[in-house]
Write a protein that binds this ligand. Structure first.
Ligand code: FAD
Length: 387
């Protein structure tokens, strides 16, 4: 295959954003390689489309705010509407410890300038989402500028913009190996269609990123974690602009999308089958029972089993993204491990990675706490979030 200045492994939202931002910075001869036959086959196509800045660490709030700025300009810059809807994220606490954790998060958010994030009383919760059974709820947190985005729209926008800037996308090409020279740098990407001589490689392989790291004999601590979604049959039991509503203790949450109510509840994944993305029927029964207890109107809804789906989060050990090159290999860059926040953070992470590659460091934000070496140094970010 033709040599490339930059090979981006993975054409999900991360790879597309990285490639587009690199091309916008003037990099030429960029190729995206993806083994899927077309866009959206990985995690990006499975995402529910939540956007929030209500996080508990400064870096995640900053990434969300940078992403929000970029989402507001997204259509102008890429030609595709990202579907950013300010429907809010409403967190519910059932005890004082959960409330204290939400309060601690809000102090971080306010310090980062997210002043619209507020605590809410049970009475305010009833106004924001009247469908919730209030019994046992002691309070919560709400941010009106959180809400929803369209994962496939964002992917489409970055791919279209990148293509206009000359980025090539090769679908149906599996990356099978990375050849390193004596100085440690990668010189060649092995693919199912033959080798490609390269100067720079970006690992954007989502939940499969660790396997790409292994090809260069680099241990990248990204692990898949199954997330399942139960979808009701189309119904009008809840309003389309209902806030994403999340129980802070166990992470059960729901939203309305395309006329269906989507129910989510994080569980540990299929034991012994980390890449299994099938839906467990017992999980559907359990999440449906939770929905009936917490949102009584949903007792009238029918869960449409054929429309339920699952996908894989790309977890890092501290649930924060891994961004930049490691010390072992100076021309292999990571944009991985966003831990289930990747669609909303891709606009920011792609922008920042382009700065790292083009300028040697990110300047828009200080992202040293996301560097790949932090795990070996024992400098993990501390995230108390359930999601
Ligand atoms: C159920 C669910 C709900 C989610 N909800 C949200 C949400 O509300 N908001 C949010 O921000 N995020 C959400 N996420 C997380 C989000 O989907 C991910 O963080 C994001 O899509 C990661 O993007 P990516 O480009 O890294 O990965 P992917 O989209 O998985 O792309 C990786 C690509 O790499 C390719 N690839 C892998 N290995 C190779 C190889 N060897 N050779 C060639 N190609 C390869 C794959 O084919 C794939 O296309 C959700 C995820 C799931 C599963």
């Amino acid at each position: 295959m033709k040599p490339a200045a930059v090979a981006v492994i993975g054409g999900g939202v991360m790879g597309a954003s990285a490639a587009d931002h690199l091309a916008a910075r003037g990099r030429r001869d960029i190729v995206i390689l993806d083994r899927a036959e077309g866009p959206g086959a990985g995690s990006t196509g499975r995402a529910t489309g939540g956007y929030r800045a209500q996080y508990g660490t400064p870096i995640n709030v900053r990434l969300s705010l940078l992403a929000r700025d970029k989402l507001l300009r997204f259509e102008e810059e890429t030609g595709v509407e990202p579907g950013y809807l300010r429907s809010g994220y409403l967190w519910l606490a059932v005890n004082q410890a959960e409330l204290a954790a939400l309060d601690a998060g809000r102090r971080v958010q306010h310090a980062e300038g997210l002043l619209e994030a507020a605590s809410v009383t049970p009475g305010e919760i009833a106004r924001l989402n009247p469908a919730i059974r209030l019994e046992g709820i002691v309070g919560g947190a709400y941010c009106p500028t959180d809400g929803f985005i369209r994962p496939l729209g964002i992917l489409e926008g970055y791919l279209a913009s990148a293509a206009r800037l000359g980025v090539r996308v090769e679908w149906g090409v599996e990356v099978t190996g990375l050849r390193r020279a004596d100085d440690g740098r990668i010189t060649e990407v092995g693919t199912s269609r033959g080798p490609i001589a390269v100067e720079t490689v970006v690992n954007a392989a989502g939940p499969w990123a660790a396997a790409v790291g292994e090809m260069a004999a680099i241990a990248l601590p990204v692990t898949p974690l199954r997330r399942q979604i139960a979808a009701t049959a189309p119904c009008d039991l809840l309003p389309a602009d209902m806030p994403m509503t999340i129980w802070a203790g166990d992470g059960f949450h729901l939203r309305v999308r395309d006329g269906r109510v989507l129910l989510l509840w994080p569980t540990p994944g299929a034991p012994g089958r980390p890449f299994d993305a099938s839906v467990d029927p017992a999980w559907i029964d359990a999440v449906t029972a939770m929905a009936h207890a917490r949102v009584p109107v949903l007792r009238k809804a029918v869960v449409d089993r054929a429309s339920c789906w699952a996908g894989l989060y790309e977890m890092s050990p501290d649930k924060h993204a891994i961004l930049g090159a490691g010390s072992e290999c100076s021309n292999l860059y990571f944009i991985n491990g966003a831990s289930g926040h990747g669609v909303m953070h891709a606009p920011a992470l792609g922008h920042l990675l382009a700065e790292i590659i083009c300028d040697g460091r990110a300047t828009t934000l200080d992202v040293r706490c996301l560097d790949p070496g932090r795990f070996a140094r024992g400098q993990l970010n501390v995230a108390g979030e359930v999601l």
